[in-house]
Design a protein around this ligand. Structure first.
Ligand SMILES: Nc1ncnc2c1ncn2[C@@H]1O[C@H](COP(=O)(O)OP(=O)(O)OP(=O)(O)O)[C@@H](O)[C@H]1O
Ligand SMILES: [Mg+2]
Length: 340
């Protein structure tokens, strides 16, 4: 049985953008709690722009769902002039957008890009989550310098917080020294569980770091979580580009919009002499993006500092300088692609 007072309490913890809390101001009203665990309320969206309305709606949904005993929630929205924009009620309550970072090939820097993109999006003032969907070879704990184990709060997994973002990884659940041996479908369901049981709160964007290739995890993510968009990572090398095209094709086939292609490990600038060398060729990724009819999101340099900072658990996007700037520029393009 659900307690109406408990729902009202939970709602009273949410600030009304116009001041006060949403119960006191009457923005949240008509609260109902039924014996079967379903809950409902009326939410007034007067005076809020589309983004603020969407945030408030998500915050309310998350707060009510977290009340013990609540199994479902129905929110009826009202606006004075009926001008409320359509609200996204995606597969993950409270999570406004999901961006998948993928590549066909391994080792091209997906995890590096995913982590630094997430940190850079956070620096733009967005509420960001990061899900490490590489069940077999999780690298997010290393890249964010996370050493603690994952915590459970009831049935929800509590993400770690680092560099202004929330992160969940199988590496926080398992012994890093032991191999995780799971069949594809099991790994895929572990990934969806981490997303759905994650105590993310309200997020503007959830960044998903995918394992290499186009297997069960990628397909399950595409079909069940339905990302808002995908970012494809490639090196300028021909071989990597062929795999990048395969990655693009997969997302197109399952109806996930591709936000664009980012070229990682672009020019190498010699720290000793300052000469730039295109170790993996030049311009390949931009041409491949144009051929595939998708946006080119820019180049990230091959720089020893990226590797060193990453290994030390200090994402370069959290710092200052040319590398942080490159990730900030990428984040701006991705945010524009997601319309957040
Ligand atoms: N721009 C860069 N400059 C220097 N080193 C980089 C750069 N990008 C990635 N690396 C390094 O390359 C290695 C592989 O990167 P990363 O783990 O991000 O790749 P990945 O595509 O996620 O790999 P996997 O397919 O195994 O998941 C790491 O050691 C990382 O620090
Ligand atoms: Mg990786």
């Amino acid at each position: 049985m659900t307690d109406r007072a408990a729902i009202a309490d939970a709602l009273a913890s949410i600030a009304d953008p116009a001041g006060g809390d949403i119960v006191a101001t009457g923005r949240a009203a008509g609260i109902v709690a039924r014996d079967d665990g379903s809950a409902g309320l009326v939410l007034g969206l007067d005076g809020l722009d589309a983004a603020a309305a969407e945030r408030l709606h998500a915050a309310v949904e998350v707060a009510v769902r977290r009340v013990p005993g609540v199994t479902s929630v129905r929110i009826v929205t009202t606006a004075e002039r009926g001008a409320g924009a359509p609200l996204r009620t995606g597969p993950v309550p409270g999570v406004r957008t999901v961006v998948a970072v993928a590549s066909g090939k391994g080792g091209v820097g997906k995890s590096t890009v995913a982590v630094n993109l997430a940190v850079a999006l956070g620096r733009r003032g967005l509420a960001v989550g990061l899900l490490d969907a590489d069940i077999y070879g999780p690298s997010v704990p290393t890249l964010l310098g996370l050493t603690g184990r994952g915590q459970l709060d009831g049935k929800r997994l509590v993400p770690a917080t680092a560099f202004g973002i929330k992160a969940l990884s199988m590496g926080m659940m398992t012994d890093p020294a032991k191999a995780v041996i799971w069949r594809g479908p099991m790994a895929a369901s572990a990934m969806t569980q981490m997303i759905e049981a994650g105590d993310w709160g309200v997020l503007d964007v959830l960044v998903v770091d995918l394992p290499p290739g186009t297997g069960d995890i990628q397909l399950t993510l595409a079909q069940k979580i339905k990302p808002t968009g995908a970012v494809i990572v490639s090196t300028p090398q021909d071989l990597a580009l062929i795999d990048a095209r395969r990655g693009i094709a997969m997302f197109v086939e399952v109806g996930v919009p591709v936000i664009g292609l980012v070229e990682n490990m672009s020019s190498f600038v010699c720290p000793a002499c300052g000469v730039a060398t295109d170790i993996f060729g030049h311009g390949g990724a931009e041409t491949a993006a144009a051929d595939a009819g998708i946006a080119f999101l820019g180049r990230l340099p091959l720089d020893l500092r990226v590797r060193l900072a990453s290994d030390a658990g200090m994402p370069p996007a959290a710092g200052e300088g040319v590398i942080a700037d490159a990730f900030a520029a990428l984040a701006a393009k991705v945010a524009a692609g997601l319309r957040i």
